[in-house]
Write a protein that binds this ligand. Structure first.
Ligand code: ADP
Ligand code: ZN
Length: 667
């Protein structure tokens, strides 16, 4: 590589940090804790950095790596993304390289030589490399500025991304006691954080814990009715032509959903672990490189995806834990611009997840842990309080109602569901205890509604004392009641057919010793005034583009797309949307003015400055057939959220297995 060194190798002056930030990255100042972290690591200290996705973790080790003598060694589990990370750094003029299994022998030898000769500012390594003595010996031949352990939660068995290879990272400290280590993660509850500290022997290091809030993300959890149609409404109504991720639980629903979107004119690609790895890689690369693609994926997709302009993350199935949910939704809006996290959730989700845990191979401790994770997720779904506040509480922070989530924008009511709960529970009691029969939610609801279905007649269920006592609620409301009872642990499901059973806590409700609070899902308010702009939370969000800058922004994007294609790199490696928006809004007329725009560093100014000025001078006539510019984007709607019908019977149409096979079993 012939790029000149920018990092000022050999200098350890701390004042260099700000200069590097401005010159290399083109940012005027550090954000939040970045300055303190950078200073601490430059001075040789160990650190654990907890920052939400998009918080700016990379700079926390990249800047010290450029300021300290030697190479910053970055351990990252994301082999597929190393190339892009390195490309992005090289585009800034930083001398970066990586070593992983994708390299040919020659390429590997070249990177190794560069490292040994002190010609690299940053070297990315997969964790499994460090289990090999050969790699460790190689590292001993060069000078190491620092070790950065990215996605540090992978060391935790409590977390959801455990990687056994991460356990070998302990050796780094033993072998290089003087080299500072900085561990970074966006996911860490108290338990995970403790585990990271112990396993990486970071107890002596300093902890930097940022707020986990992502003010630009609007959280919405809606009742699942016709999920695919609801999704389509969301994409068409609010995110036309924008990039986003749709998460599904199963591989088959990934494929069906992607096909459905494509059939409806939305550019969507599938991604799951069952696809051929070449297909997976191609789809991932297209998602990163092209503008406005929708990735429909299982959770196999996404860790470390640092595409900044993902405008929405939609979940068609319930995530297993709040940590997982937060990490997945966190992939939206890394650039700080308004984004949506949307989840559709219904009765069948609860049944399915409970069942999956029950039938899992794990030991009792594992099942308890999974249960606790799920309960926290369900509590988030059923809350009548601000979603953001609940999320932040989960990560040990307090907050005030945010004004930028569905419960803030359209507050749901709480209602006293005690009597309704008693009706359901006593029906289950009579079926199970008195008759020793096993039935699911469907039959219990038919009984409550007094429906003389064939199955009701067949089993004489019209003779039960609870037959027809539930006509005050409709079917979907009853499904909502059952869902909330399951969510609150007042009812459970059992066996292959998800039959309903009572829990220990059920007795308190039946015995009138306990009230049951339930959530009445709001009737959506049709109003255009309910936008993020009227909320306090959204005030912290960067402003979107002024309307008259739209055409220029589109012209800049088009220029960027051409560059990206030519160089074979993702568009954001050239410039981020946020930078192009600033350029479009400020219309710089000189290199000096352009250089002052956040995100325009020295290398990029030299390389692209003249071209950008030309595009700006051209004024960027709006290309006729292009998607609407972001400024014209419809305001986030809160009108399409589901009504009171959470868990209506239609919520089952996505499930890979038969819904509620309401067959009586072994009596
Ligand atoms: P993380 O790794 O924490 O998810 P990144 O390091 O990818 O976050 O940073 C998120 C975005 O914020 C990137 O687009 C990055 O360029 C930008 N960014 C980070 N620090 C700053 C800063 N000090 N000023 C302006 N932009 C920044
Ligand atoms: Zn809120």
């Amino acid at each position: 590589m012939l790029l000149a060194s920018i990092g000022g190798m050999g200098s350890t002056d701390h004042g260099d940090a700000l200069q590097v930030l401005q010159r290399v990255f083109g940012y005027p100042e550090f954000r939040g804790d970045q300055a303190a972290i950078v200073e601490h690591v430059i001075a040789g200290g160990d650190a654990l950095v907890l920052m939400p996705t998009g918080g700016g973790k990379s700079l926390c080790y990249q800047v010290p790596a450029l300021v300290r003598p030697g190479t910053g060694v970055v351990i990252s589990p994301l082999i597929a993304l190393m190339q892009d990370q390195v490309d992005a750094l090289r585009a800034l003029g930083v001398r970066a390289g990586f070593l992983n299994s994708s390299l040919s022998w020659d390429e590997r030898r070249m990177v190794e030589a560069e490292f040994v000769n002190g010609e690299l500012d940053l070297l990315y390594l997969a964790p499994e490399r460090l289990t090999s003595e050969a790699t460790l010996r190689l590292l001993e031949q060069g000078e190491i500025a620092l070790f950065a352990i990215d996605e540090a939660h992978c060391v935790s068995q409590w977390g959801h991304d455990f990687r056994p290879d991460y356990l070998s990272l302990t050796h780094l400290h033993e072998r290089w006691p003087k080299v500072p280590r900085i561990a970074l993660t966006a996911t860490a509850t108290e338990a995970t954080r403790k585990e990271i500290l112990t396993r990486l022997e970071l107890d002596e290091g300093r902890q930097f814990v940022s707020s986990f809030d992502r003010p630009n993300i609007q959280y919405r959890i809606v009742g699942k009715k016709e999920p695919k149609k609801q999704l389509l409404d969301l994409l068409r109504g609010e995110h036309q032509g924008e990039a986003g991720i749709v998460y599904c639980l199963s591989r088959s629903s990934v494929e069906k959903t992607a096909e459905f979107l494509v059939a409806n004119g939305i550019a969507a690609l599938p991604y799951h672990a069952g696809l051929d790895s070449a297909v997976r890689q191609r789809n991932q690369a297209r998602f990163l490189r092209e503008d406005g693609l929708v990735m429909v994926a299982t959770i196999a997709f996404g860790m470390g995806i640092d595409k900044p302009d993902v405008r929405f993350v939609a979940h068609l199935d319930l995530p297993k834990s709040v940590e997982g949910y937060y990490q997945e939704t966190g992939r939206a809006g890394r650039d700080g611009l308004p984004s949506t996290a949307w989840l559709a959730y219904g009765l069948q989700d609860v049944v399915q997840q409970r069942k999956m845990i029950e039938s899992s191979e794990g030991d009792l401790a594992f099942r308890r842990r999974s249960q606790a994770h799920l309960d926290a997720m369900l509590a988030l779904c059923e809350t009548v309080d601000c979603r953001r506040t609940r999320l932040l509480e989960y990560f040990g922070e307090s907050g005030v109602p945010c004004g930028n989530c569905d419960t803030c924008l359209t507050p749901p009511e709480a209602w006293d569901g005690t009597v309704a709960a008693q009706k359901v529970l006593s029906t289950v009691y009579r079926l199970r205890k008195e008759r020793n029969q096993k039935f699911g939610a469907g039959q219990a609801i038919d009984i409550l509604l007094g429906r003389k279905t064939a199955k009701v007649i067949q089993f004489d269920h019209d003779q039960l004392s609870t037959f027809g006592i539930g006509e005050d609620l409709n079917e979907s409301e009853w499904r909502g009641v059952v869902r909330q009872l399951l969510a609150q642990g007042l009812l459970a499901v059992e066996g292959e057919y998800s039959t309903l059973v009572l829990t220990e806590a059920s007795a308190d409700v039946l015995g009138r010793k306990r009230e049951v609070k339930m959530r009445k899902d709001p009737t959506p308010v049709r109003s255009t005034t309910r936008t993020a702009s009227s909320s306090s939370g959204a005030a912290k969000v960067k402003v979107d583009l002024p309307a008259d800058a739209g055409p220029l922004f589109e012209a800049l994007r088009e220029w960027r797309a051409g560059q990206a294609r030519e160089q074979g790199v993702p568009a954001y490696v050239i410039f981020h949307d946020a930078t192009l928006k600033s350029i479009a809004a400020s219309r710089p007329d000189s290199l000096t003015a352009l250089g002052a725009v956040s995100g325009v560093g020295q290398a990029k100014l030299t390389k692209y400055g003249e071209q950008i000025l030309e595009v700006v001078a051209g004024g960027g006539p709006a290309p006729a057939a292009e998607p609407a510019p972001p400024a014209a984007k419809p305001k986030p709607k809160t009108t399409s959220t589901g009504g009171a019908a959470w868990g209506s019977s239609a919520d089952a149409d996505e499930w890979p297995e038969p819904e509620e096979p309401d067959e009586p079993m072994d009596w």
